[in-house]
Design a protein around this ligand. Sequence first.
Ligand code: GLU
Length: 495
Amino acid sequence: MSDIPKKPVRVRLAPSPTGLFHIGTARTALFNWLFAKNKGGKFILRIEDTDVERSEPQFEADIIKSLKWLGLDWDEGPLTAISDKRQETRDYVGEYGPYRQSERLEIYEKYLKQLLDSGRAYYCFCSKEELEEERQAQLSQGLPPRYSGYCRNLSTEKITEKNAAGPSVIRFMMPEGEVVFKDLIRGQVKFNAGLFGDIVIAKDFNTPLYNFAAVIDDETMQISHVIRGEDHLSNTPKQILLQQALGFSQPVYAHLPLILNSDRSKLSKRFNAVSVEDYRQAGYIPEAILNFLALLGWHPAGDNEFLSREALIKEFALSRVQKSGAVFNQEKLDWLNSQHIKNLDIDDLIERILPFAKDAGWTGDREFLSRVVKVEHERLKKLADFSILSGFFFRLPDYDKKLLIWQDLSLEIIAANLKILKEVLEKTPEQKFTQADLTVILEEAVKSNKGAFLWPLRAALSGLKASPGPFEIMDALGKTETLSRIDIALKKIVG
Ligand code: GLU
């Protein structure tokens, strides 16, 4: 497009550390990151922590942890010294830290002074009560509430006097007129600036507010494209007017569609987990989350929705982002997760299962774990399913002997069948305890009535109504444990 500036592509994620890293912020991060990677540009992380009361280091740590877990690495930032006071973010020592607005106050101060000196900003001394009174009066007349501009024309003496007497804020002198800009996703967007009133851009020199600080940062960080959620659309004209007042260049804007619950309301905790950390703990893997988030508002050119990180980078284009809300489809996420888990090689999967294995009752034998993971690989929808699916390998559940009964056979026949199998298995050497060998070895013994032998065997080995087949289980359990579980079953029947 002709209006894309010819500057190098530089995009940013600018989260405020005021809560756990939200899945919607992760989507914004991903679209920025993919855009940068696709264009050979840079992706920057900027922590917008000027709201001292609401910002917390633990939330910054969560942003960093989540981005790292998703593999959305940023390309520049200050090098972090060992003495960094934020213990929680120590893990990026030696790499780039994020930019933090709280560490850039001098920069904002300089531009605040520039706006004040040029008369584009002014001190406002109106009290909360006065402002509220004004608001109510406007509302009662059916007018949209906005600041009247009362302090716009105070004399220098008055300002000095009032400044000495008490607190003030700094307001931007909002120009009148229409602001028109081209959004890469939404097309032409128009706003009437007259409706905004003179917005507060800083509480004081040490406390710049979002619209102002973001404008300064986007300029000084040479951001070429601002890609962010549609909820920020109404901030864009204010930011453009600030850029114009400061003589800054205007980045290209792209506002991503809202993420909606299945009932098309705005994504909320009531329907879905909303923090990336929740998804991590539930056993979703980053490959699946990225694939899923990419499809929240974007679609590849072809029909294949199962996409690797590399494929996403290659195919990503803002021109394929939709305007309308993107519905969060949990089934799709689950399906993508199971597909991406299937795609992992076994050693990689074992590493990722480790944090979930203790819950399953695993006590530390790597070799055994790897055999169990092989059995469950195809069945896992989420890593956390591992503890539900495979707990019986590590601890035989207590079960009722009735579980061993196949159709209407008597317990005596079941016991006799288990004994036959036990004899064959006792004679089988340990190295033959593989799924393939055991299938052949037991073929003869079970052929008269497969169900009558293999159901009780499977039930004895798992203690469950449903489980993988007996050959797979024996392969994982090995000879000693297999025989011991058959003995337990026989004891239940024979006493
Ligand atoms: N701090 C803002 C937020 O977290 C950033 C918005 C923007 O990208 O400009 O929503």
